[in-house]
Design a protein around this ligand. Sequence first.
Ligand SMILES: Cc1cc2nc3c(=O)[nH]c(=O)nc-3n(C[C@H](O)[C@H](O)[C@H](O)COP(=O)(O)O)c2cc1C
Length: 165
Amino acid sequence: MIEDDQNAILDLYRDADVVIWSFPLYCYGMPSQLKAVLDRTIPLVKMNMVRQPDGTVRHEALVDFSKIHTLVICGCGFPHWEGNFDGLKKMCEVCFGNPDIVCVPETPLLNVPEAAIVADPLLEKFQKAGETYAAELRLSAGTVAELEKPMISAEEYIRNVNGGT
Ligand SMILES: Cc1cc2nc3c(=O)[nH]c(=O)nc-3n(C[C@H](O)[C@H](O)[C@H](O)COP(=O)(O)O)c2cc1C
């Protein structure tokens, strides 16, 4: 038995209506520190295995996961390219059921003061989307598409990262 903050996290998880996982993309997945938190939610299920109607197999839950709305927000350092988030999305879909997932490219721009002209409008969209999510506990496909729209073109982003040449 390890006595650390994970016990408090498990208590929060048991009572949660909403769980938001927000993190940067590391090597096409969740950062290992956060993955350890996820791995250590295993006490929320029994070892018994149950075949699901969709053919998947799950452990019998000790918590009513169907009442928990899961939102995954992930930023990444590459410009948009097809497939960068595929591994993460698959893992989240299998792990969390049917979560809302927002995958944002070019997020280091959010920390660059010179990029405020393109970053601030995105942050405003996130603010509004957060309000909608709080009210509806769902994000529409249109809202997700807006949040995932690159701030600048891939070529301009690559040029800037490479020193503007
Ligand atoms: C170890 C590591 C792995 C990363 N892997 C990816 C990756 O697979 N794809 C990507 O687009 N960005 C990747 N990045 C970039 C980060 O997602 C991006 O820079 C993010 O803004 C970093 O946030 P942080 O400063 O909070 O760690 C990686 C960064 C680090 C440090």
